[in-house]
Design a protein around this ligand. Structure first.
Ligand SMILES: Nc1nc2c(ncn2[C@@H]2O[C@H](COP(=O)(O)OP(=O)(O)OP(=O)(O)O)[C@@H](O)[C@H]2O)c(=O)[nH]1
Ligand SMILES: [Mg+2]
Length: 360
């Protein structure tokens, strides 16, 4: 099965030299952070044609996964606009309906303005309304539908995975790891959620299935930053291509979590000043507008580089992806519609928009 470049672009190119300070007691690392790595001209591996037939199967799953969100959105929009002229009042009600379907105020307004420009005063059929909504939504999603760019030559490319508890961080690591391992990358998992033995075991089981190197804390509650430092040092020595770092979602308060995440990043930078190369925030779609709040909070704590949105299958609030795109413009790399590895896939704007509207 052609999984190459499935979750994101893989880029070749020489590893950029980074200062090494393999001593955790070294002076504070902040001053040592080198300027951002100049991006080497990409030796890009573009998605193979062979993916095309697979799309249908995935699209069907995405559409089925989104069905609860679709029902919530289309039922209300269609009944609202059925055989009705698009006048000011109808457009106002449409905006309210979209907000209720978790699309957020800004995106809802933008969509309605699109309708006003192109269809004001007209009576539109149900199918036309859905298609037009899908187009407006796709236009909002398109700029954020970007793959997570993994550069194995960074040896390893480090992805820090963050998010509140239960959003799907550990399973997302497992799923990503499996796919990149199938592409031939040497993978490592770091069990940075050190407080919960179950969390460590959960990742260890996945590491076994994936033949990933597994970095566990010496004992429950061991310092996550120290573990990350040791893991990255070993990963570099072993020539791993990709290191996925799990983190705790819940600490006793926000400032403790912020301190822990910042410490992990500080310490990682002592090994590789350009790492972590990606900070993936995992969001649970069932939490609706809470997900928007979580992005705000995590953006304050760390430099989030992209999003994964899970559990779209269990959610009637899939519209929140539109709100996230409009509000933050952060790349949405992958979406999840189930617990199996193949249920996590790259985010495609048009597919998502049409799936959300129940269209093929
Ligand atoms: N239905 C569904 N379940 C999912 C999806 N993604 C993850 N899950 C499930 O959500 C539950 C929580 O996932 P975890 O990966 O353990 O979440 P976590 O963020 O690591 O949680 P903590 O370690 O407790 O912070 C698991 O039972 C997963 O199987 C998805 O896309 N759809
Ligand atoms: Mg976890």
């Amino acid at each position: 099965m052609a999984l190459r470049d499935f979750f994101g672009r893989l880029r070749g190119g020489a590893t950029q030299p980074t200062p090494e300070t393999p001593n955790p007691d070294a002076p504070p690392p902040v001053a040592e952070i080198p300027p951002p790595e100049p991006e080497a001209p990409p030796a890009e591996i573009t998605p193979p044609e062979a993916e095309a037939p697979a799309r249908n199967g995935w699209f069907a799953r995405l559409k089925a996964g989104l069905s609860r969100s679709t029902a919530k959105l289309t039922d209300s929009v269609v009944s609202l606009l059925h055989k009705r002229r698009l006048d000011d009042e109808a457009l106002e009600e449409l905006e309210e309906t979209l907000i209720t379907a978790d699309l957020g105020v800004a995106a809802s307004r933008r969509i309605v303005e699109g309708f006003r420009r192109t269809r004001f005063g007209k009576e539109v059929s149900d199918e036309e309304v859905k298609a037009a909504l899908a187009d407006e939504i796709a236009a909002i999603l398109d700029p954020v539908a970007r793959p997570m760019e993994i550069i194995p030559a960074r040896a390893p490319h480090v992805v820090l995975v963050v998010g509140v508890n239960g959003t799907g961080k550990t399973t997302t690591i497992a799923k990503l790891g499996r796919h990149y391992a199938e592409q031939g990358l040497k993978i490592g998992f770091v069990a940075g959620d050190t407080f919960r033995a179950a969390a460590v075991e959960q990742l260890q089981v996945w590491a076994g299935r994936t033949s990933a190197r597994f970095f566990a804390p010496a004992k429950p509650g061991a310092d996550a930053a120290g573990l990350a430092f040791d893991a990255l040092t070993a990963a570099r020595a072993d020539g791993l291509d990709l290191l996925l770092v799990d983190t705790a979602g819940r600490l006793h308060n926000k400032s403790a979590l912020m301190e822990e995440l910042r410490k992990i990043i500080r310490v990682i930078k002592r090994v590789d000043g350009a790492a972590p190369h990606s900070v993936l925030l995992v969001l649970d779609a069932t939490t609706g507008q809470n997900a928007v709040q979580q992005v705000k909070v995590f953006k304050e704590m760390v430099d989030v580089t992209g999003l994964a949105v899970t559990k779209l299958d269990g959610s009637a609030k899939g519209g929140v992806v539109v709100a996230l795109a409009q509000e933050f413009g952060l790349p949405v790399h992958v979406v999840g519609v189930g617990e199996k590895a193949e249920d996590l896939r790259p985010f495609a704007a048009r597919d998502f928009a049409r799936g959300l509207m129940g269209l093929d």
